[in-house]
Design a protein. Structure first.
Length: 358
Protein backbone atom coordinates (compact mmCIF):
# COMPACT_ATOMS: atom_id res chain seq x y z
CA UNK A 1 0.00 0.00 0.00
CA UNK A 2 0.96 3.66 -0.30
CA UNK A 3 1.39 3.99 3.48
CA UNK A 4 3.80 1.05 3.61
CA UNK A 5 5.84 2.39 0.70
CA UNK A 6 6.13 5.88 2.17
CA UNK A 7 6.45 5.20 5.90
CA UNK A 8 7.77 1.66 6.19
CA UNK A 9 9.86 0.90 3.10
CA UNK A 10 12.25 -1.36 5.04
CA UNK A 11 9.37 -3.62 6.01
CA UNK A 12 8.54 -4.11 2.35
CA UNK A 13 12.19 -4.77 1.54
CA UNK A 14 12.60 -7.39 4.25
CA UNK A 15 9.08 -8.80 4.52
CA UNK A 16 9.49 -11.80 2.24
CA UNK A 17 12.87 -12.86 3.64
CA UNK A 18 13.11 -15.54 6.36
CA UNK A 19 12.93 -14.28 9.94
CA UNK A 20 16.38 -15.61 10.88
CA UNK A 21 18.03 -13.92 7.89
CA UNK A 22 16.52 -10.51 8.72
CA UNK A 23 17.45 -10.76 12.39
CA UNK A 24 21.02 -11.59 11.43
CA UNK A 25 21.15 -8.72 8.93
CA UNK A 26 20.03 -6.13 11.48
CA UNK A 27 22.49 -7.45 14.08
CA UNK A 28 19.99 -8.66 16.64
CA UNK A 29 21.87 -10.27 19.59
CA UNK A 30 21.59 -14.06 19.78
CA UNK A 31 19.90 -14.00 23.20
CA UNK A 32 17.28 -11.62 21.86
CA UNK A 33 16.72 -13.90 18.85
CA UNK A 34 16.29 -16.90 21.12
CA UNK A 35 13.69 -15.10 23.23
CA UNK A 36 11.77 -13.62 20.31
CA UNK A 37 11.69 -16.92 18.41
CA UNK A 38 9.84 -18.72 21.22
CA UNK A 39 6.49 -18.38 19.51
CA UNK A 40 7.40 -19.96 16.17
CA UNK A 41 5.24 -22.94 17.12
CA UNK A 42 2.16 -20.72 16.99
CA UNK A 43 2.60 -20.56 13.22
CA UNK A 44 3.99 -24.06 12.78
CA UNK A 45 7.10 -23.38 10.71
CA UNK A 46 10.75 -22.76 11.61
CA UNK A 47 12.42 -19.35 11.40
CA UNK A 48 14.63 -20.24 8.43
CA UNK A 49 11.53 -20.64 6.25
CA UNK A 50 8.95 -18.31 7.81
CA UNK A 51 8.50 -14.88 6.20
CA UNK A 52 9.65 -12.00 8.40
CA UNK A 53 6.44 -10.05 7.86
CA UNK A 54 4.32 -13.04 8.94
CA UNK A 55 6.08 -13.45 12.27
CA UNK A 56 6.22 -9.70 12.88
CA UNK A 57 2.51 -9.40 12.22
CA UNK A 58 1.64 -12.07 14.77
CA UNK A 59 4.14 -10.84 17.37
CA UNK A 60 3.02 -7.23 17.04
CA UNK A 61 -0.60 -8.12 17.66
CA UNK A 62 0.31 -10.52 20.44
CA UNK A 63 2.37 -7.86 22.23
CA UNK A 64 0.29 -4.74 21.53
CA UNK A 65 -3.16 -6.24 22.01
CA UNK A 66 -2.13 -9.06 24.39
CA UNK A 67 -3.82 -12.45 24.60
CA UNK A 68 -7.38 -12.96 25.81
CA UNK A 69 -8.43 -16.22 27.40
CA UNK A 70 -12.18 -16.91 27.35
CA UNK A 71 -13.56 -17.97 30.73
CA UNK A 72 -15.19 -21.06 29.25
CA UNK A 73 -12.41 -21.99 26.79
CA UNK A 74 -12.65 -21.60 23.03
CA UNK A 75 -16.13 -23.14 23.14
CA UNK A 76 -17.33 -19.81 24.54
CA UNK A 77 -16.07 -18.07 21.38
CA UNK A 78 -17.93 -20.61 19.26
CA UNK A 79 -21.21 -20.11 21.10
CA UNK A 80 -20.83 -16.32 20.90
CA UNK A 81 -20.41 -16.61 17.13
CA UNK A 82 -23.48 -18.82 16.91
CA UNK A 83 -25.57 -16.33 18.88
CA UNK A 84 -24.41 -13.38 16.80
CA UNK A 85 -24.99 -15.17 13.50
CA UNK A 86 -28.55 -16.01 14.55
CA UNK A 87 -29.13 -12.41 15.64
CA UNK A 88 -28.22 -11.37 12.10
CA UNK A 89 -30.71 -13.81 10.62
CA UNK A 90 -28.35 -16.66 9.87
CA UNK A 91 -29.09 -20.35 10.29
CA UNK A 92 -26.79 -23.09 11.57
CA UNK A 93 -27.15 -26.82 10.99
CA UNK A 94 -25.28 -28.86 13.56
CA UNK A 95 -24.23 -32.46 12.93
CA UNK A 96 -24.56 -31.78 9.22
CA UNK A 97 -21.59 -32.56 7.01
CA UNK A 98 -21.02 -31.05 3.57
CA UNK A 99 -20.43 -33.93 1.16
CA UNK A 100 -20.33 -32.44 -2.32
CA UNK A 101 -20.34 -29.09 -4.11
CA UNK A 102 -22.92 -28.81 -6.88
CA UNK A 103 -22.31 -26.94 -10.13
CA UNK A 104 -24.29 -25.44 -12.98
CA UNK A 105 -21.73 -25.42 -15.75
CA UNK A 106 -18.50 -24.12 -14.25
CA UNK A 107 -20.18 -22.19 -11.43
CA UNK A 108 -21.19 -23.42 -7.99
CA UNK A 109 -24.94 -23.57 -7.46
CA UNK A 110 -25.31 -25.50 -4.22
CA UNK A 111 -23.99 -27.85 -1.56
CA UNK A 112 -25.03 -31.44 -0.91
CA UNK A 113 -25.08 -32.26 2.81
CA UNK A 114 -26.02 -35.21 4.98
CA UNK A 115 -29.33 -33.39 5.58
CA UNK A 116 -30.11 -32.59 1.96
CA UNK A 117 -29.13 -30.17 -0.80
CA UNK A 118 -28.81 -26.42 -0.27
CA UNK A 119 -29.09 -24.08 -3.25
CA UNK A 120 -26.74 -21.10 -2.99
CA UNK A 121 -24.78 -18.60 -5.06
CA UNK A 122 -21.58 -18.86 -3.04
CA UNK A 123 -19.89 -21.21 -0.57
CA UNK A 124 -17.10 -20.39 1.85
CA UNK A 125 -15.68 -23.83 2.58
CA UNK A 126 -13.72 -24.38 5.78
CA UNK A 127 -12.18 -27.43 4.15
CA UNK A 128 -8.63 -28.07 2.95
CA UNK A 129 -8.47 -27.62 -0.85
CA UNK A 130 -6.91 -31.09 -1.25
CA UNK A 131 -10.08 -32.59 0.24
CA UNK A 132 -12.33 -30.46 -1.97
CA UNK A 133 -10.52 -31.43 -5.17
CA UNK A 134 -10.16 -35.10 -4.28
CA UNK A 135 -13.64 -35.85 -2.98
CA UNK A 136 -16.12 -33.01 -3.27
CA UNK A 137 -16.36 -31.66 -6.82
CA UNK A 138 -16.27 -32.92 -10.42
CA UNK A 139 -12.69 -33.63 -11.49
CA UNK A 140 -13.18 -31.98 -14.88
CA UNK A 141 -13.97 -28.65 -13.18
CA UNK A 142 -10.75 -28.48 -11.18
CA UNK A 143 -8.58 -25.79 -12.83
CA UNK A 144 -5.21 -27.03 -14.09
CA UNK A 145 -3.48 -24.37 -12.03
CA UNK A 146 -5.01 -25.75 -8.82
CA UNK A 147 -3.82 -29.25 -9.69
CA UNK A 148 -0.28 -27.94 -10.13
CA UNK A 149 -0.47 -25.91 -6.91
CA UNK A 150 -1.60 -28.96 -4.95
CA UNK A 151 1.17 -31.06 -6.50
CA UNK A 152 3.78 -28.42 -5.66
CA UNK A 153 2.63 -28.30 -2.04
CA UNK A 154 3.06 -32.08 -1.99
CA UNK A 155 1.23 -32.65 1.31
CA UNK A 156 3.49 -30.19 3.14
CA UNK A 157 1.00 -29.83 5.97
CA UNK A 158 1.88 -27.95 9.12
CA UNK A 159 1.25 -28.82 12.77
CA UNK A 160 -0.21 -32.30 12.85
CA UNK A 161 -1.57 -31.68 16.31
CA UNK A 162 -1.21 -33.75 19.46
CA UNK A 163 -2.88 -32.69 22.73
CA UNK A 164 -3.22 -34.12 26.24
CA UNK A 165 -5.99 -32.72 28.44
CA UNK A 166 -5.73 -33.26 32.21
CA UNK A 167 -8.16 -32.68 35.07
CA UNK A 168 -6.32 -32.50 38.41
CA UNK A 169 -7.66 -32.93 41.95
CA UNK A 170 -5.26 -30.34 43.35
CA UNK A 171 -5.20 -26.60 42.83
CA UNK A 172 -2.53 -24.99 40.68
CA UNK A 173 -1.05 -23.41 43.80
CA UNK A 174 -0.83 -26.77 45.58
CA UNK A 175 0.89 -28.30 42.55
CA UNK A 176 3.40 -25.46 42.29
CA UNK A 177 2.12 -24.22 38.93
CA UNK A 178 2.78 -20.48 38.68
CA UNK A 179 2.72 -19.79 34.95
CA UNK A 180 -0.17 -19.94 32.51
CA UNK A 181 2.03 -21.19 29.68
CA UNK A 182 5.37 -23.04 29.74
CA UNK A 183 7.33 -23.86 26.57
CA UNK A 184 9.56 -26.93 26.64
CA UNK A 185 12.10 -27.35 23.84
CA UNK A 186 15.50 -28.97 23.53
CA UNK A 187 16.94 -25.94 21.77
CA UNK A 188 16.16 -22.32 20.95
CA UNK A 189 17.11 -23.12 17.35
CA UNK A 190 13.72 -23.54 15.66
CA UNK A 191 15.24 -25.36 12.68
CA UNK A 192 16.75 -28.06 14.88
CA UNK A 193 13.64 -28.23 17.05
CA UNK A 194 11.32 -28.63 14.07
CA UNK A 195 13.58 -31.37 12.72
CA UNK A 196 13.42 -33.09 16.12
CA UNK A 197 9.63 -32.89 16.09
CA UNK A 198 9.43 -34.47 12.65
CA UNK A 199 11.87 -37.15 13.78
CA UNK A 200 9.18 -38.85 15.85
CA UNK A 201 8.92 -40.04 19.44
CA UNK A 202 12.62 -40.50 20.22
CA UNK A 203 13.62 -36.95 19.24
CA UNK A 204 10.36 -35.04 19.80
CA UNK A 205 10.55 -33.42 23.23
CA UNK A 206 8.71 -30.25 22.21
CA UNK A 207 5.57 -29.45 24.17
CA UNK A 208 3.70 -26.45 25.53
CA UNK A 209 1.93 -26.83 28.89
CA UNK A 210 -0.94 -24.52 29.82
CA UNK A 211 -2.87 -24.25 33.07
CA UNK A 212 -6.08 -22.30 32.64
CA UNK A 213 -6.56 -21.68 36.36
CA UNK A 214 -3.61 -19.27 36.44
CA UNK A 215 -5.52 -16.67 34.41
CA UNK A 216 -9.00 -17.93 35.20
CA UNK A 217 -9.29 -19.27 38.78
CA UNK A 218 -12.86 -20.40 38.07
CA UNK A 219 -11.81 -22.67 35.19
CA UNK A 220 -12.50 -25.64 37.48
CA UNK A 221 -14.04 -26.20 40.94
CA UNK A 222 -12.15 -25.00 44.02
CA UNK A 223 -9.29 -27.29 44.97
CA UNK A 224 -8.85 -28.56 41.41
CA UNK A 225 -7.16 -27.40 38.22
CA UNK A 226 -7.16 -28.14 34.50
CA UNK A 227 -4.42 -27.99 31.93
CA UNK A 228 -3.16 -29.43 28.70
CA UNK A 229 -0.02 -30.29 26.77
CA UNK A 230 0.28 -29.49 23.07
CA UNK A 231 2.80 -30.83 20.59
CA UNK A 232 3.09 -31.79 16.93
CA UNK A 233 3.73 -35.02 15.08
CA UNK A 234 4.80 -36.14 11.64
CA UNK A 235 2.90 -37.97 8.94
CA UNK A 236 4.99 -41.14 8.95
CA UNK A 237 4.95 -42.00 12.64
CA UNK A 238 1.16 -41.76 12.85
CA UNK A 239 0.39 -42.86 9.32
CA UNK A 240 2.37 -46.09 9.61
CA UNK A 241 1.01 -46.91 13.06
CA UNK A 242 -1.01 -50.12 13.26
CA UNK A 243 -4.51 -49.75 14.73
CA UNK A 244 -3.75 -52.21 17.53
CA UNK A 245 -0.73 -50.11 18.60
CA UNK A 246 -2.53 -46.77 18.49
CA UNK A 247 -3.73 -46.41 22.10
CA UNK A 248 -0.41 -47.47 23.62
CA UNK A 249 1.52 -45.12 21.34
CA UNK A 250 -0.54 -42.01 22.00
CA UNK A 251 -0.46 -42.70 25.76
CA UNK A 252 3.31 -43.17 25.55
CA UNK A 253 3.61 -39.58 24.35
CA UNK A 254 1.36 -38.38 27.18
CA UNK A 255 3.55 -40.06 29.80
CA UNK A 256 6.63 -38.51 28.20
CA UNK A 257 5.29 -34.96 28.41
CA UNK A 258 3.99 -35.41 31.95
CA UNK A 259 7.49 -36.57 32.92
CA UNK A 260 8.99 -33.57 31.09
CA UNK A 261 6.91 -31.23 33.25
CA UNK A 262 8.19 -32.97 36.37
CA UNK A 263 11.85 -33.23 35.36
CA UNK A 264 12.27 -29.77 33.87
CA UNK A 265 9.85 -27.62 35.84
CA UNK A 266 9.63 -29.57 39.10
CA UNK A 267 5.86 -29.92 38.75
CA UNK A 268 4.60 -33.45 39.41
CA UNK A 269 0.98 -33.82 38.31
CA UNK A 270 0.84 -37.58 37.68
CA UNK A 271 -0.44 -38.62 41.17
CA UNK A 272 -3.23 -36.04 40.95
CA UNK A 273 -4.66 -36.74 37.51
CA UNK A 274 -8.35 -37.46 37.95
CA UNK A 275 -9.27 -37.26 34.28
CA UNK A 276 -7.13 -37.45 31.16
CA UNK A 277 -7.92 -37.37 27.45
CA UNK A 278 -5.37 -37.77 24.67
CA UNK A 279 -5.99 -36.42 21.16
CA UNK A 280 -3.60 -37.47 18.40
CA UNK A 281 -3.38 -36.30 14.77
CA UNK A 282 -5.81 -39.14 14.02
CA UNK A 283 -8.31 -37.52 16.42
CA UNK A 284 -8.04 -34.14 14.74
CA UNK A 285 -8.31 -35.76 11.31
CA UNK A 286 -11.48 -37.59 12.34
CA UNK A 287 -13.35 -34.74 14.02
CA UNK A 288 -12.10 -31.77 11.99
CA UNK A 289 -11.69 -33.49 8.64
CA UNK A 290 -8.17 -32.10 8.26
CA UNK A 291 -5.59 -34.03 6.20
CA UNK A 292 -3.22 -35.98 8.47
CA UNK A 293 -4.59 -34.11 11.50
CA UNK A 294 -2.99 -30.84 10.42
CA UNK A 295 -4.76 -27.84 11.97
CA UNK A 296 -2.52 -25.21 10.36
CA UNK A 297 -3.10 -26.08 6.72
CA UNK A 298 -0.03 -26.02 4.49
CA UNK A 299 3.36 -24.84 5.70
CA UNK A 300 3.59 -21.08 5.14
CA UNK A 301 7.15 -21.40 3.88
CA UNK A 302 9.26 -20.04 1.03
CA UNK A 303 7.33 -19.63 -2.23
CA UNK A 304 4.14 -20.60 -0.37
CA UNK A 305 4.56 -18.05 2.41
CA UNK A 306 2.06 -15.42 3.54
CA UNK A 307 3.26 -12.64 1.22
CA UNK A 308 3.16 -14.89 -1.84
CA UNK A 309 -0.34 -16.09 -0.97
CA UNK A 310 -1.59 -12.55 -0.36
CA UNK A 311 -0.29 -11.49 -3.77
CA UNK A 312 -2.13 -14.36 -5.45
CA UNK A 313 -5.56 -13.91 -3.86
CA UNK A 314 -7.11 -13.71 -7.30
CA UNK A 315 -5.27 -16.51 -9.08
CA UNK A 316 -5.42 -18.95 -6.17
CA UNK A 317 -9.24 -18.93 -6.07
CA UNK A 318 -10.41 -19.46 -9.66
CA UNK A 319 -13.53 -21.58 -9.05
CA UNK A 320 -16.63 -19.44 -9.47
CA UNK A 321 -18.75 -19.31 -6.34
CA UNK A 322 -16.42 -21.47 -4.23
CA UNK A 323 -13.71 -20.16 -1.96
CA UNK A 324 -11.83 -22.42 0.50
CA UNK A 325 -11.21 -20.64 3.81
CA UNK A 326 -9.61 -21.55 7.12
CA UNK A 327 -6.09 -22.73 7.91
CA UNK A 328 -5.20 -23.34 4.26
CA UNK A 329 -5.84 -19.66 3.51
CA UNK A 330 -3.34 -16.86 2.83
CA UNK A 331 -2.34 -16.27 6.45
CA UNK A 332 -2.27 -19.86 7.64
CA UNK A 333 -3.56 -20.33 11.17
CA UNK A 334 -2.64 -19.62 14.78
CA UNK A 335 -4.01 -16.94 17.13
CA UNK A 336 -5.14 -13.85 15.22
CA UNK A 337 -4.52 -15.36 11.78
CA UNK A 338 -7.70 -17.43 11.77
CA UNK A 339 -10.00 -14.49 12.44
CA UNK A 340 -8.19 -11.95 10.26
CA UNK A 341 -8.08 -14.41 7.39
CA UNK A 342 -11.74 -15.29 7.80
CA UNK A 343 -12.77 -11.65 7.63
CA UNK A 344 -10.60 -11.09 4.56
CA UNK A 345 -12.06 -14.06 2.69
CA UNK A 346 -15.62 -13.04 3.54
CA UNK A 347 -15.02 -9.56 2.14
CA UNK A 348 -13.54 -11.02 -1.04
CA UNK A 349 -16.58 -13.27 -1.42
CA UNK A 350 -18.91 -10.27 -1.10
CA UNK A 351 -16.85 -8.45 -3.72
CA UNK A 352 -17.13 -11.45 -6.06
CA UNK A 353 -20.91 -11.45 -5.69
CA UNK A 354 -21.11 -7.71 -6.25
CA UNK A 355 -18.92 -7.91 -9.35
CA UNK A 356 -21.22 -10.60 -10.74
CA UNK A 357 -24.28 -8.48 -9.97
CA UNK A 358 -25.72 -11.01 -7.54
Amino acid sequence: SKVLKEKYPNLLRTGAYPVSKVWKAIGLPQKCRDILSTYWGYLGIDMDRMAFIHYCNMSMKYISKSAYIPAHTSHEISTAMVERLRELGGDIWFNCRAEEFLFDGDRLCGVRTTNGDIACDYALANINPDIIYAKMMPKELIPEREKKLSAARNHNYSARMYTVYVGLNKSAEELGIKDYCIFFADTADSVKEYKNILGGYDSNNFTIFLCQNIVNPDASPEGTSVGFFTSMGNADEWGDLAAEDYVAYKNKYAKKFIKTLKDRAGIDIEPYIEEICVASPWTFARYLGTPEGSVYGYETAGWDGMMARMMMLGSDYPIKGLRPIGAAGPRGDGYSSAYVCGRLMARLALKDLKDEGR
